[in-house]
Write a protein that binds this ligand. Structure first.
Ligand code: OAD
Length: 246
């Protein structure tokens, strides 16, 4: 592990441009549950019921109960040392640093990260099904059938569900950053959800030499065989250790 840490620090020292891809694991130590628990359920719900457009059409109240519970959970937690280490890493690279997150909890921004691309949306935002207005409503609990204060139509969470497209400009910006980076740091993601996980082959293959891929995860994952350096352990410990080794 110490040798891997030193190799990872060396890759970062030599890098001009860095992209980080994070998933639920980076927030696990804050107390936000990850998705792929062994029972295949999210907080007791089937993914099709609470994270698809058809699930929302069928039972919007159930979907809002699920997201209101997630909003309440996030309102009660704080960023952990892993989030803080990533915001300090950005201070070192300033403009040549992009943090792409699959998380909707907003904890990277709360920890001080600035150049954050939330490719799966945000728990704090609502989107109107009538006038399409996206609004940041913080983490207040919104009830089972919230309505748009502007036009009175139904609101939905501004979250990317299964079978939906990623926000186009945000996703294009993420792909461009990955294609041009020297190091891609992949933190706390099972890397099985696409297109997010495609940032790894994009970073590896776009330029002649390819970026160095560093994985930080509790355990090896579906992409471990393809990464250059693996740091296995809780991100709240490995990321501060990596920063200290820099
Ligand atoms: P997953 O739940 O699939 O994976 C979480 C990963 O975090 C696993 O690989 C764990 O080993 C790792 N992990 C857990 N605790 C950790 C810790 N303390 N330190 C480091 N790693 C840890 O979550 P994601 O990969 O984020 O999409 O899932 C991707 C997407 O699937 C989510 O964004 C969500 C879901 O569908 C949407 O909601 C659109």
């Amino acid at each position: 592990m110490i040798a891997e840490l030193e190799r990872a620090a060396e890759a970062l020292r030599n890098a001009k441009s860095v992209v980080v891809l994070t998933g639920a694991g980076v927030s696990a130590e804050s107390g936000v549950p990850t998705f792929r628990a062994s029972d295949g359920l999210w907080e007791g719900h089937r993914i099709e019921d609470v994270a698809t457009p058809t699930g929302f059409e069928r039972d919007p109240a159930l979907v809002w109960q699920f997201y209101n519970a997630r909003r309440a959970n996030v309102a009660a937690v704080q960023p952990n040392p892993g989030h803080v280490a990533l915001s300090k890493l950005e201070d070192r690279f300033t403009d040549a640093f992009t943090l792409v997150t699959q998380n909707v909890d907003g904890l990277h921004l709360q920890a001080g990260s600035r150049n954050v691309l939330e490719i799966h949306g945000s728990l704090r935002e609502t989107r109107c099904l009538g006038c399409a207005t996206v609004e940041n409503r913080g983490l207040e609990v919104l009830g089972d059938r919230p309505l748009c204060p502007r036009c009175g139509a139904r609101l939905r969470p501004n979250i990317v569900w299964f079978h939906e497209m990623l926000p186009v400009v945000i996703w294009e910006t993420a792909q461009l950053a990955a294609a041009g980076c020297d190091v891609l740091l992949v933190v706390g993601t099972s890397a099985v959800v696409y297109p997010a996980a495609s940032l790894i082959p994009i970073a590896k293959s776009t330029r002649a030499r390819g970026a160095t891929i560093i994985e930080c995860n509790l355990t090896p994952t579906a992409v471990s065989a393809e990464v250059d350096i693996g740091l296995y352990g809780p991100a709240g410990e490995t990321l501060p250790a990596l920063l200290a080794a820099l």
